[in-house]
Structures are given as structure tokens and as C-alpha cells.
Design a protein around this ligand. Structure first.
Ligand code: FNR
Length: 399
């Protein structure tokens, strides 16, 4: 028997991530939907991330019979069934009571990677138990080095194989929708401050019941501050600004983490080279999905410059704006080893929990298979720059 969530998400009306997004919008109170959907300030970069994919066009090889394409990819020692990982998304329990556990379970079942955010509402050990696939850990330095070292030790013991350190968050981006929706008041401790925002929550009783019945305190159980305990979620933005990651931290991190280190949030060739020189095995070209510095270029646009600068000395991944399998194919043609998705799976989580994430992953897989076949390739490994046209101004000057 299918669950209600499974029935809802398997409707024939749901055929694309855009449909899943609409479903999530109907199910979630505005504060929760906008937390996922929104970006920083004027949301220029958020829109650019999506638009950049439209500027790249395909050059297929027709009249070949490539057969069913092989999508398998190896990324920093992790074997993936397709070139995709779920990006770290903080506190996804606000979107669904099972949050990170549900998403990690769906990722494992689909054979794709799962990157757990430092700002998870679930203990990293519980997420590890739920996930049967490759898992990476994303680090913010909130709580300081001691708290980070304790989390890294736990993550290693729990089988997280790669560490991603996010470097684009020197302070919290200004997410205007969150301010208007009273997000800070709703996660803070002042009951009176919450009152103006409660009617909208009451209008989504199903979501509210899920939050209340799965009672968990609004704390970060993977940020254990010495002598204080788990950091309250409401303190995280201020703590983030106090513990900015710099290149000096990379040396210490290489000692604290024996596995591969990935730097997430790189947008220029110079920063990419610096990351490689500091020992990064991987680079994630990312602008945090347009949630940090508004006005930076789309990540797809930044990708060729980073790939050229790295000269094969690190694996390059990208995220930002991936909503279709054809987007994944374009990123790979431009030199990415794999992509990460943030909102695409978070919409699935909001629409129907684990079943929603599984549906999004199935859609992206079918999309990518079809795209690779229509391009005339037997494997994603065949994709390269000869299968796309990019705008002339994107060309990377040779140095
Ligand atoms: C994020 N992102 C993020 N990144 C990170 O390094 N640590 C984090 O805790 C979070 N939290 C987070 C929450 C939510 C709700 C979203 C949507 C995103 C950024 C994320 O990892 C990724 O870079 C973007 O989501 C990619 O863009 P798309 O796929 O959402 O367009």
C-alpha cells in the first residue's frame, strides 16, 4: 500500500521539478517554503544560476545507436550511480519532520551521494545509519575549532568519507523573504515575538502537527560547544560571522581530517588555484544557490574558468540552478565531474518527504539518461565541450 506522500508525488500531473516545487509551495507555510526557495537581496544571482543553463545549447551527434547510457561516476573515491550528490542544506527538518534522515535514505537508495550540513537537526550518526550510500560532511566553523574537531572525529567514525568546507559564508546573506516572514522570531526563544507570524503556520495544520509531534529542540546536535552543549539554531547566524574560515584553516583541517578535502564556494580561477595549493582534492563551484553575495555570476558561467585554472589537479564539481537532467549534462560538458542539487531535492522533501526526494532523483536520472542518449553518447564519460555551444564571452583566455 502506498503512503499518502507516495500517492501525492506519483500523480501523473507531477512530471518536472517545477511541478514538485508547486506541490511543496501548497504544502508548506510560507516561512518554510521561502526559506528554501529564496535567495539573497534582489535574488539576481538566484535567477542568473537558472538562466545560465538556457544560454548553453547542445550539439548532438545523430544517426548513432548509443544504447542505454552508463551514468556511473566516481567522485573523490565515492562510486555514484549518476554524477549527482545532494548538497548540504541546513535544518531541513523545518521542511519535513524527518529532514536529513529522509533525504539521506532516498539518496542512498538511488546510489547518489549525500552531503550533510553542519546545521543539521539530526545527529550525524543517525543520518549515517539511515544512509546506505556515499556520505560527505560539510563543515562550518560555528562553535570554534574544538567543536569542529569533535564533529570531525564523530563524522569519521560514522563513515563520512569526504569533508567539504564552505568558504562563502563570512557573514550570513541577507535573505529578505526570511526577514519579512519572521523566520528569526519563529526559531528564537521569545514567544511574544512569534505571535504576529502564527496565523500563517496555523493555516498549514498538517505541517504544524508534524513539527510538534516530532518534537526536537531547535538545536544543532553536531555543534557541541565545550562546556555549553549543543548550539541553539537561533545563535547560528551570529556564531557563523564570528568563525570565518580562512586559508589558514586549511592547514589545520588537513590534519584534523585524513580523507579528501573539498572547498565549497569557489567562483574564480585564482581562488581555485589557491585551494589546490592548500591541499584541496576537490572544488565545488558554488554561490550558495544565490543565498550569499547577490550579484555574483552564475556558477555555470564560472565553471570553465575554474576548470581551466585547476588543470586537472583537483576534481571540480558545481551546484546552483540544476533543475533538469539536461542541466547536469551541460555542467559535465563544461568540465564538472558531478553536480550537487539543493532546492530540487528540498522541494521534494517539502512535497512528500522521502518519497518526494526519491521522485526528484528518479526524474533527474530519467532526464539525464534521455539527454545523453539524444546527444549520441553511450556514457556520461563521453560528454565534453564538443557537445555544447557556449556564448562567445564565456571563453576562457589562455594564460
Ligand atoms: C543551502 N546551502 C547550504 N550550503 C552549505 O554549505 N551549508 C548549508 O548549511 C547550506 N544550507 C542551505 C539551506 C537551504 C535551504 C538551501 C536551499 C541551500 C547551499 C547549498 O548547499 C547549495 O550550494 C545550493 O542549494 C545550490 O543551489 P540550488 O541547487 O539550490 O539552486
Amino acid at each position: 500500500m502506498k503512503t499518502r506522500d507516495e500517492r501525492r508525488i506519483s500523480s501523473p500531473q507531477i512530471v518536472s521539478v517545477a511541478d514538485v516545487r508547486r506541490l511543496a509551495q501548497r504544502r508548506l507555510p510560507r516561512v518554510a517554503f521561502d526559506y528554501v526557495d529564496g535567495g539573497a537581496e534582489g535574488e539576481i544571482t538566484l535567477r542568473e544560476n537558472l538562466r545560465a543553463f538556457k544560454e548553453v545549447t547542445f550539439r548532438p551527434r545523430n544517426a548513432v545507436a548509443p544504447g542505454s547510457p552508463d551514468l556511473r561516476t566516481r567522485v573523490l573515491g565515492s562510486d555514484l550511480s549518476m554524477p549527482l550528490l545532494l548538497a548540504p542544506c541546513g535544518f531541513s527538518r523545518l521542511i519535513h519532520p524527518e529532514g536529513e534522515v529522509a533525504a539521506a535514505r532516498a539518496a542512498g537508495q538511488a546510489g547518489v551521494g549525500f552531503v550533510l550540513s553542519t546545521s543539521s537537526a539530526y545527529r550525524l550518526e543517525d543520518v549515517a545509519t539511515a544512509s546506505s550510500g556515499p556520505r560527505w560532511y560539510q563543515l562550518y566553523l560555528v562553535g570554534g575549532r574544538e567543536a569542529a574537531e569533535a564533529a570531525l572525529e564523530r563524522a569519521q567514525r560514522a563513515g563520512f568519507s569526504v569533508l567539504a568546507i564552505t568558504v562563502d559564508t563570512a557573514t550570513f546573506g541577507m535573505r529578505e523573504r526570511d526577514v519579512r516572514n519572521g523566520a528569526a522570531a519563529l526559531v528564537g526563544g521569545n514567544l511574544l515575538a512569534k505571535i504576529p507570524y502564527l496565523p500563517r503556520l496555523l493555516a498549514r495544520p498538517h505541517w504544524l502537527a508534524g513539527m510538534i509531534f516530532h518534537e526536537r529542540r531547535l538545536v544543532l546536535p553536531n555543534v557541541i560547544v565545550p562546556r555549553k552543549g549543543a548550539m541553539p539554531l537561533a545563535e547560528a547566524p551570529a556564531a557563523l560571522a564570528q568563525s570565518v574560515v580562512t586559508w589558514n584553516d586549511l592547514h589545520w583541517l588537513r590534519k584534523a581530517w585524513p580523507g579528501p578535502l573539498v572547498v565549497k564556494g569557489i567562483l574564480t580561477g585564482d581562488d581555485a588555484r589557491r585551494a589546490v595549493d592548500e591541499g584541496a582534492a576537490g572544488i565545488i563551484v558554488s554561490n550558495h544557490g544565490g543565498r550569499q553575495l547577490d550579484g555574483v555570476a552564475a556558477t555555470l558561467r564560472a565553471l570553465p574558468e575554474v576548470v581551466a585554472a585547476v588543470r586537472g589537479q583537483a576534481e571540480v564539481l558545481m551546484d546552483g540552478g540544476v533543475r533538469r537532467g539536461s542541466d547536469i549534462a551541460k555542467a559535465i560538458c563544461l568540465g564538472a565531474r558531478a553536480v550537487l542539487i539543493g532546492r530540487a531535492y528540498m522541494y521534494g522533501l517539502g512535497a512528500a518527504g522521502e518519497a518526494g526526494v526519491a521522485r526528484v532523483l528518479a526524474m533527474l536520472r530519467a532526464d539525464l539518461e534521455r539527454t545523453v542518449t539524444l546527444l549520441g553518447c553511450a556514457s556520461v564519460r563521453e560528454l565534453d565541450g564538443s557537445y555544447v555551444d557556449i556564448p562567445a564571452k564565456w571563453a576562457v583566455p589562455r594564460r
